[in-house]
Design a protein around this ligand. Sequence first.
Ligand code: IMP
Length: 436
Amino acid sequence: MSSASEPRNIVLTGLQWGDEGKGKVVDVLACRSRLVVRFQGGNNAGHTLVVDGRQLILHVVPSGILNAGVSCVIGNGVVVDPEVLIIELDALAARGVDLSGERLILSDQAHVIMPYHRTLDACRESALGGKKIGTTKKGIGPTYEDKVARRGVRVCDLLDERALAERLYAVLPEKNRQLVDWYGDAAHTVDELLSWARPLAERLRPHVRDSVGHLHAANAAGQAILFEGAQGTFLDVDHGTYPFVTSSNTVAGQACAGTGVGPTDIHAVVGIAKAYTTRVGAGPFPTELDDALGAHIRDIGHEYGATTGRPRRCGWFDAALVRHAVRLNGTTHLALTKLDVLSGLETLQIGLGYEDSDAPPAGAEALMAARPRYETVPGWQEDIRQCRTWDSLPPTCRAYVERIEVLVGLPVGLVSVGPGREEIIVRSPLFRLADT
Ligand code: IMP
């Protein structure tokens, strides 16, 4: 639980292109929270949990679900694939995780990923040929498109067969024209989709609530809320490397729109950055290491997508990007993850900016062409996974973190030195584990 002197409601976001190790930091912060809430994205995200020594990858359910004192909320800003959510609920129940009462709440206003959204995502990607975005093909983009175009299906519609039928009669003719005439795929019928929806709706009904009202009540009662971002700042549809982005806003501001909790009720923003940079899918990546060193970082850091299994592109820490992300998110606290992966390198490089500017240019083409300016710093040879205090880190390792602090303009409050829950060095009281 949070103490009176510490911020109560916290937003946590990734400061790069996703996969910054947010799940582990959520785990640390969940100890002091009563609710963990997702506010954007869908099952394009993925985090790996270990339950009873067995690995479980969750894509929709918030990371806090294993923490018995926490209630999880899938907010209105999330797009939900009901089939995937049910698979996750079943997997958690099979491992003895309590999902009764209000442990897992699904917003009645969240948008539903329909079967045709998944098909359209895959068809569009293959139609792009060599110009693919590299989406996860989970239907995320087409579902957000329909949300904004006011032809989406929401969870409240899924639970109300008459409302759902009405939506589908309005929407399907256009969808079928696209699917059949444009992409040569199969058409859907209203009856078929109603039959698809019926058992899913009944299975999810016990979890569906007015999530906005629920969060306001929790907030009024002084309960600590953790808003768990998915993806990362540069996948944001406004602020990312457009068009190589996801279809939601991933920055901290979206925590408000995606849950209905107002900005004055957010007390801190935690930004997570990896000690180097990775990216999955296509798009600009100025500090990418497209060589043996990049492959080495990928191997040591196990940099393969949790959702698609794709190898992640790896590169040096880009301080110019992270500095920009710190501003975009209003970041108050910084966590640096996977520092141990860089052990054993003779020297390291840090991206300082680009040949023509300090900030990343707006256009993807310009960023693709941008040549980074680097600073070279000494590496460290020691294995740092056993280190639990700042002073026990090798001096050059500390110097690397301190240089990052100067360049991005924030102190690093937590350093992660290994995948385990305890493999952290805490430098700010905010990140102190409840049981340490
Ligand atoms: P979409 O979100 O499936 O539409 O994919 C759009 C882009 O975002 C692609 O480059 C994906 O690889 C990337 N992406 C989506 N979710 C994640 C994530 O959780 N981590 C890293 N990249 C992601």
